[in-house]
Design a protein around this ligand. Structure first.
Ligand SMILES: [Fe+2]
Length: 166
């Protein structure tokens, strides 16, 4: 984080995402899943590694971050980071992946605060909603993330809103 000059607010966001992602992973493992906790923690902390730089270059920060990490030899962490915005693939209906967890946890943390998907997406719509292409993209993103939420919380048997009290 220090080496890539991550902005303070992005560091705080990443710490909160790691907290949510680890909580979900530990609870899922209690229900028989086999989530790699070290991978989830590293990818959560580093998912926005390239974001500060990409704010200037306007490059895709998920892909740039992924490539940086892979270049350092962190192949698996790089794979999870690559999919943290848009998963873009069908997951296994009965098991949850590290990629799905980091992707989901990122959507539940707005800045450094845990919020519902509804709140997070309404904020995104306010910020990007004037652009029809962005609206269409947000619609697809929302569909994908609710699928992940349903799968995780069906296994956990708790309410997604309970995360707000972490
Ligand atoms: Fe990100």
């Amino acid at each position: 984080m220090g080496r890539y000059g991550m902005l303070e607010n992005i560091v705080s966001h990443s710490l909160e995402v790691a907290k949510v992602a680890l909580f979900i992973s530990i609870e899922l493992n209690k229900k028989g899943q086999s989530i790699d906790l070290d991978l989830v923690e590293a990818a959560s902390l580093l998912h926005d590694l390239a974001k500060t730089e990409c704010l200037k270059t306007r490059d895709d920060h998920a892909q740039t971050g992924s490539q940086l990490l892979k270049g350092m030899g962190y192949e698996k962490v790089g794979d999870v980071v690559a999919h943290h915005i848009w998963l873009g693939k069908e997951g296994d209906p009965s098991s949850v992946s590290e990629e799905e967890i980091v992707n989901y946890a990122d959507k539940r943390v707005m800045h450094d605060r845990i919020v519902s998907l509804e709140e997070r997406f309404s904020d995104l719509r306010t910020r990007y909603g004037s652009n029809p292409t962005a609206m269409d993209y947000l619609g697809r993103l929302q569909k994908e993330i609710y699928g992940i939420e349903n799968k995780i919380f069906f296994i956990l048997q708790i309410d997604p809103h309970d995360l707000q009290h972490l």
